[in-house]
Design a binder for this molecule. Structure first.
Ligand code: G1P
Ligand code: ZN
Length: 548
């Protein structure tokens, strides 16, 4: 094998964000850009002999070219085998499963998740370690440092590998052999789901006329959904929509929320004609949105419902070890954990913080308010898993989504919750908002705003109880005396300007008020957030871009 050493110069913007490195496709198309980042990883990780790498992505524009480059670089950096999803497609949870199932050294996941695709859209790459989860900060920090001094990368002179045909492609002989193995990741993943959930009960539910719609948003979960819902659970094909993956996600924004999953939302909010159950997942299949008939389940509530009903699912029949949620996620799951008498951990935003807790057996379920929920079956969030979990609960309880949710609030009270996003605002203005709030840290405690009084405010820091690492500056919290709170955070995944997220939460024990729309119930809180942040003046925005 002819291995070339190519001289290169550092790019100064390769710091991984909340979930890997995300940039415009055009940035990734610059000569050496992807190569520098990949080499920085390989150098940081010191690849052992006979190492195996999983590679795949969400099928967005630039996926195929990037996979060929990574195969060539893996060959030149000592990997013995690369496992690729057929046609280069692997959902993020399926990639995590592959790494775990085949006990590989790690994997390269190519995705910009819910960000738009296509030639003018975004591309992304992240590295997952041997446990199947995103590389922790100590690795990504070291990779960034490496990327700042890189002077050379290694790449093998290989012909283009056919990644559309299942099978093995062997290059070289004996100890020097390098193998590319193209696998059917859909089957492996569907088998895992069938092991975890009560498929006969879900099948019966669907046969009995329960009507559902799953929207893959033209993204990666389409083939997985066909195999699971149609082939294995006998749902009619009409139960699926947008299940052909496309490089630009049909021109849409593959983010399963009330704004971007518009077509599904119309179907599910069609009054009497609405179906029983609707769900969607994002670009790379790790996010999920759950809808009932004319009813939206917030991701924070979804996590709480899954935790409260876990024992109805065969895989969790013996109970859960504990739960974890990201700091901005509502405290609904905390109440469930308390009742179940299991620990509840509060981590910074980003799935990478859950890995240590799961590896140590401290938590079984975890989730984020950003439409992410999962368990220790993988080390990523998992969209289809959450959908199947809900279907399993519905099939066993024989109750609809809204009824399950209302019964849950009756038992635990309701953590009314909403997130307001201000996307693509000038970075200076966004930093100004954060600095302005921080400048009030000393004066806010004790201040009264309408019916609320500030108790404390801080910039959230996390001390990982397993490896002792500390992550600071993880979001500003304004906590009120009655347990309500406002959180301000700048996104770590955007690629244009800055995105400011405002998270609002208030606890409502009174069931007579549980039917209220969150925007109505939180109206006063929203005004307080605007007042404290001077957001309108500083950004010129009079309304959020997305409300969830
Ligand atoms: C967003 C979400 C976060 C999630 C991440 C990756 O990150 O808020 O919960 O883990 O996407 O899907 P952010 O843009 O807020 O940094
Ligand atoms: Zn995603």
């Amino acid at each position: 094998m002819n291995i070339k050493k190519i001289s290169t110069q550092p790019f100064n913007d390769q710091k991984p964000g909340t979930s890997g490195l995300r940039k415009k496709v055009k940035v990734f198309q610059q000569p050496n850009y992807l190569e520098n980042f990949v080499q920085s990883f390989f150098d940081t990780l010191s690849v052992p002999q006979h190492a195996v790498l999983v590679v795949g992505g969400d099928g967005r524009y630039h996926n195929r070219q990037a996979i060929q480059t990574i195969i060539q670089m893996a060959a030149a950096n000592g990997f013995a085998r690369v496992i690729v999803g057929q046609s280069g497609i692997l959902s993020t949870p399926a990639a995590s499963h592959m790494i775990r199932k085949y006990k590989t050294f790690g994997g390269m996941v190519l995705s910009a998740s819910h960000n738009q695709g296509g030639i003018d859209g975004d591309f992304g790459i992240k590295y997952n370690i041997g446990n199947g989860g995103p590389a922790p900060e100590k690795i990504t920090d070291a990779v960034f440092a490496k990327s700042q001094i890189i002077s050379e990368y290694r790449i093998a002179d290989l012909p283009e590998v056919d990644i559309d045909t299942l099978g093995e492609f062997k290059l070289g002989e004996g100890d020097d052999a390098f193998i590319v193995q193209v696998i059917d990741a859909v089957k492996d993943y569907a088998d895992l789901m069938q092991d975890l959930f009560d498929f006969p009960a879900i099948h019966q539910l669907l046969v009995d006329g329960f009507e559902m719609k799953f929207d893959a948003m033209h993204a990666v979960t389409g083939p997985y959904a066909k195999e699971i819902f149609v082939n294995r659970l006998a749902a009619p094909v009409e139960s699926l929509m947008n299940c052909e993956p496309s490089e630009d996600f049909g021109g849409g924004h593959p983010d399963p929320n009330l704004t971007y999953a518009e077509d599904l939302v119309k179907i599910m909010f069609a009054g009497e004609n609405a179906l029983d159950f609707g769900a969607a997942s994002d670009g790379d299949g790790d996010r999920n949105m759950i809808l009932g008939q004319n009813f939206f389940v917030t991701p924070s509530d979804s996590l709480a419902v899954l935790a409260a009903n876990a024992t109805l699912v065969p895989a969790y029949a013996n109970g859960i070890a504990g739960v974890a949620r990201s700091m901005p996620t509502s405290g609904a799951v905390d109440r469930v954990a308390q009742k179940l008498n299991v620990p509840c951990f509060e981590t910074p935003t980003g799935w990478k913080f859950f890995g240590n807790l799961m590896d140590a057996g401290k938590v079984t379920l975890c989730g984020e308010e950003s439409f992410g929920t999962s368990s220790s079956h993988v080390r990523e969030k998992d969209g289809l898993w959450a959908v199947l979990f809900w279907l399993n609960i519905i099939a066993v309880k024989k109750m609809g989504v809204e009824a399950i949710m209302k019964a849950h609030w009756l038992e635990y009270g309701r953590n009314v919750y909403s997130r307001h996003d201000y996307e693509s605002i000038p970075t200076d203005a966004a930093n100004g908002v954060i600095a302005h709030i921080k400048s009030q840290f000393d004066t806010l405690p004790g201040q009264k705003f309408g019916s609320y009084t500030v108790k404390v405010c801080d910039d959230f820091s996390y001390h990982d109880p397993i490896d002792g690492s500390v992550s600071s500056n993880q979001g500003i919290r304004i906590l009120f005396t009655d347990g309500s709170r406002i959180v301000f955070r700048l996104s770590g995944t955007g690629t244009e300007g800055a995105t400011l997220r405002v998270y609002l939460e208030a606890f409502e024990p009174d069931s007579a008020k549980h039917h209220l729309d969150a925007q109505v119930a939180l109206a006063e809180m929203i005004q307080i957030a605007l007042q404290i942040s001077q957001l309108v003046d500083r950004t010129g925005r009079t309304a959020p871009t997305v409300i969830t």
